[in-house]
Design a protein around this ligand. Structure first.
Ligand code: KG4
Ligand code: ZN
Length: 338
């Protein structure tokens, strides 16, 4: 069998990425341009600004990814979920290239693709698997019985886990994106210093809620507990307490789901899984407890948005559509095949 090479294109938010992947697993190139420095200035993403950056970067990024890999068999592109202006840049570019090059075009669900970052490694996940996708806009737990077979078990009812990191970081005066900033500050803090709520931890479902945690942080900052000499918040302690509260709920519900469904693997994906404490706690609860479940966490640079995961997902979920028909879908849910 000859090798199958797919060019992946990802432009759902503030990263512009293109990658060439062989047989769904081998990374030949993975180029990522990020406009995060621009968004730091505004404390968050302004969709119009993100879309304009996508336009500037898309051609050079694709060219760079194909410099030594110009022989591809198909194209794959993120169609959703994401910011419509950003998504359109990738979809319209991929549509044009597929037409000009006469190659199959595969529409990809960005959230499913985050889980496929786990196939870009030597060890391959086994089914059934539980998947946890935690990003800036999403928090979803799914059951994967196979490729093209994803069932949604639960998700956030309000803010996403990454959003909670970003919003509470802002309250602490930390820069965007908040996740890495909180993680850095938390290294010097005590995670038990402030007793923050663990929303929905004791409910049997697989849903999450993080807006109450954000409110608790607002109240703490407004009215700090009297610690003897002064009434002041210790920033590092609060960062560590916020991080611990978010992680505890994510780990607990993931472990519970994996036991309930008797799965062989647990797969993590999305920007928040770059968090070292989350990686450590998840390993502690799944690997060290000897649950006989294999845990897969992508390398840090494949946790955040990238096109390698898009091309990998396409390889295992190959379903091409006409260049005339492909459409961006900003509200796509994790279960939906496209
Ligand atoms: O998957 P991603 O790159 O983009 C989306 O699809 O949203 O995720 C971005 C999110 C942001 O909310 C960011 O704060 C969070 O991932 N994040 C982290 C870390 N690195 C990125 N959260 C916690 N700890 C980190 N180290
Ligand atoms: Zn993402």
């Amino acid at each position: 069998m000859t090798a199958m090479r797919i060019l992946g294109i990802e432009t759902s938010c503030d990263e512009t990425s293109a990658a060439v992947i062989e047989n769904g697993t081998k990374i030949l190139s993975n180029v990522v341009a990020s406009s995060v420095e621009l968004h730091k200035k505004t404390g968050g993403i302004i969709p119009e600004v993100a879309a304009r950056e996508q336009l500037k970067c898309i051609i050079p990024v694709i060219e760079e990814s194909m410099r030594n890999n110009n022989d591809i068999d198909a194209l794959a592109v993120t169609v959703g979920p994401g910011l419509i202006g950003s998504l359109l840049v990738g979809v319209e570019t991929a549509r044009t290239l597929a037409y000009v090059w006469k190659k199959p075009l595969i529409p990809i669900n960005h959230l499913q693709a985050h889980l496929y970052a786990n196939w870009l490694d030597n060890k391959k996940p086994q089914f059934p698997a539980i998947g946890l996708v935690v990003s800036g806009g999403h928090t979803d737990l799914v059951l994967m019985k196979g490729h093209k077979n994803i069932k949604w078990l639960g998700g956030t009812r309000d803010d996403a886990a990454g959003e909670c990191f970003d919003k509470t970081a802002r309250l602490l005066g930390l820069p965007y994106p908040g996740g890495p900033a909180i993680a850095q500050l938390a290294k010097k803090g005590n995670p038990n210093a402030y007793p923050l709520p663990r929303p929905m931890l004791n409910q049997k479902n697989f849903d999450f809620s993080f807006s109450g945690l954000k409110t608790a942080v607002i109240n703490l900052i407004k009215n700090p507990p009297d610690s003897g000499q002064d009434k002041k918040i210790n920033q590092a302690d609060l960062a560590a307490s916020i991080q611990a509260a978010i992680i505890e709920v994510l780990v607990e519900k993931t472990v519970r789901a994996s036991k309930e469904y008797g799965v062989k693997s647990v797969l993590l994906g999305g920007g928040v899984t770059a968090n070292q404490e989350l990686r450590k706690k998840m390993r502690l609860e799944i690997v060290n407890r000897e649950l006989k479940i294999n845990l897969f966490i992508p390398p840090v640079k494949l946790c955040t948005d990238n096109a390698a995961m898009i091309a990998s997902c396409a390889s295992f979920n190959f379903r091409s559509v006409s260049w005339k028909k492909i459409k961006a879908n900003p509200g796509l849910s994790i279960e939906e095949m496209v």
